[in-house]
Design a protein around this ligand. Structure first.
Ligand code: TYD
Ligand code: MG
Length: 474
């Protein structure tokens, strides 16, 4: 038989190429292509041969399938993101930077489930049993009846799982360390990761156990290798945060059994991850109330309102092309707000550097933050301090109009709960017959020009020394 040619597989996106090349044409990554045995080697002989297909029964949509009961882990921030708990037979991929706390989160989840009387198996391919034990001890979870193994061979793992009582949860930490006998490629290659994941997914569906796969993420935010696994699993969660802050956010990117806009907020403490039930308090804890350029944005993450502080710094540029630096928001969206400010309100920012930061390292994805961003920018440029007891939200259109955004009542309620006394927002949609009772007085703005005028009218902040001496202006 002729020798099967090797293929060259991109280790990031999994695209196959006929020869080695420096750049993957499919995903644009450099130096990501490695030689591997062809994937068709992994196909069982029965499929390669001319076997006649077995007849399968076709069913109707309306049939009675019992609704899979979800198993609550007992960590409510986790359960909410998972869509209300783990679905038996489903496979979840949790991605995140190394060191972000994935193993910590999962050992805590495993312990919580095991303590509730469920069988939980935790397989670590990265750490020895002693290391996992040491961490559990530090977290005060040594007493939980979690069954541990340090193993990387998928066939051995699946054989072990098939023994004894069916587990409710199996954690595989991480999928990159797993390898299967079925393919010849080295562990960690796309082919290995894909085949290992396939085997584990097949196990999950057959046995009805929930399987959580851990996947490490590369610098550009893609789950390395396991990106090819994303479409195979039922849910993809990402665990985010940065080294400078203690809080971590669990976000659903794909979920076949739940919404994808929920977040779970945790704080990394000396005793593991603690749930943060009220994230707004955390994000607003270190506010500088008297400084120009800050505005509090009343945002929504899924079904939950989250208040965060936006900080803008607008300074004359010393460069030919002014800088636009954004942390925590979409840079394209900032460019749009700047263009609208310039074109519709005459606010000239072409000779200024603009820095925008979402306090606490939070990341905002909603366009509803437009109005708060514009307010922070104008406040920084004019030196006028915004009222510290106001929140802002609203979407800005290219015409300069401020558009209503969904869930305004939930946003206002959260702001009222945290002691804010006023909101600056667009008028609610005219469709509502009676204006709903608002928990906070709303100063409605119809256009961006309104808010620019009202901030400019506040005038720049007087230097602190003058205020202390009680100088009167004019
Ligand atoms: P880990 O769960 O090992 O991260 P991952 O599995 O995503 O690579 O978390 C490691 C980090 O978490 C490590 O830098 C130390 C920190 N940490 C704490 O701050 N407190 C704790 O109680 C634990 C267990 C870890
Ligand atoms: Mg880990």
């Amino acid at each position: 038989m002729a020798k099967r040619p090797a293929s060259f597989i991109c280790q990031i996106c999994g695209a196959a190429h006929t020869r080695w090349q420096g750049k993957c044409e499919s995903c644009g990554a450099w130096n990501s292509i490695a030689e591997e045995a062809t994937a068709s080697d992994a196909v069982p002989a029965t499929l390669r041969g001319g076997r006649r297909g077995r007849l399968i029964a076709l069913e109707s949509l309306a049939g009675t399938s019992e609704d899979a009961p979800r198993v609550r882990v007992g960590i409510s921030e986790f359960d909410r993101v998972a869509g209300g708990g783990l679905v038996p037979g489903s496979v979840l991929l949790i991605g995140g930077d190394p060191g972000i706390g994935k193993s910590t989160l999962l050992i805590q989840a495993s312990a919580a489930l095991a303590e509730a009387g469920h069988r939980v198996i935790y397989v670590s391919g990265e750490e020895a049993v002693a290391q996992v034990r040491l961490r559990a001890e530090r977290l005060g979870l040594s007493g939980a009846p979690v069954e541990l193994a340090a193993e990387t061979n998928v066939e051995d793992i699946v054989a072990t799982l098939a023994e004894g009582r069916r587990p409710v949860l199996v954690v595989i930490d991480s999928i990159q360390t797993m390898w299967t006998d079925a393919v010849e490629s080295a562990p960690g290659t796309v082919t290995q990761v894909r085949s290992s994941a396939q085997t584990l997914i097949r196990y999950a569906k057959r046995a009805g156990a929930a399987v959580i796969l851990v996947g490490h993420v590369t610098k550009d935010g893609q789950i390395a290798g396991p990106r090819v696994v994303e479409h195979m699993v039922d849910a993809v969660l990402s665990f985010e945060g940065d080294g400078a802050h203690h809080f971590r956010i669990l976000r659903a990117q794909k979920n076949r059994f739940g919404p994808t806009d929920e977040i779970g907020v945790f704080e990394m403490t000396g005793l593991g991850l603690a749930e943060v039930a009220n994230p707004s308090e955390l994000f607003l804890s270190n506010r500088d109330r008297g400084a120009p350029g800050t505005a509090v944005y009343a945002g929504m993450e899924g079904t939950r309102p989250v208040l965060v502080e936006l900080q803008a710094l607008v300074v004359p540029t010393s460069l030919g092309t002014p800088r636009r630096a954004v942390v925590g928001w979409d840079p394209a969206r900032l460019s749009m707000v700047l263009a609208v400010l310039e074109a519709r309100c005459g606010v000239k920012l072409g000779a200024h550097d603009v820095h925008l930061n979402v306090a606490g390292g939070f990341r905002i994805t909603e366009p509803a933050a437009d109005l708060a961003v514009a307010a922070a920018l104008v406040s920084s440029l004019s030196g006028a301090v915004l009222p510290p007891d106001s929140v802002y939200f609203g979407e800005i259109s290219l015409t300069g109009a401020v558009r209503p955004v969904p869930h305004s009542v939930a946003r206002l309620k959260e702001a009222a709960k945290l002691g804010f006394v006023r909101a600056v927002a667009p008028a609610a949609k005219a469709a509502a017959k009676e204006p709903p009772e608002t928990p906070l007085p709303v100063e409605t703005v119809g256009s961006l020009g309104d808010i620019v005028a009202s901030i400019a009218a506040r005038g720049p902040r007087r230097p602190a020394r003058e205020r202390e001496q009680g100088y009167q202006e004019g």
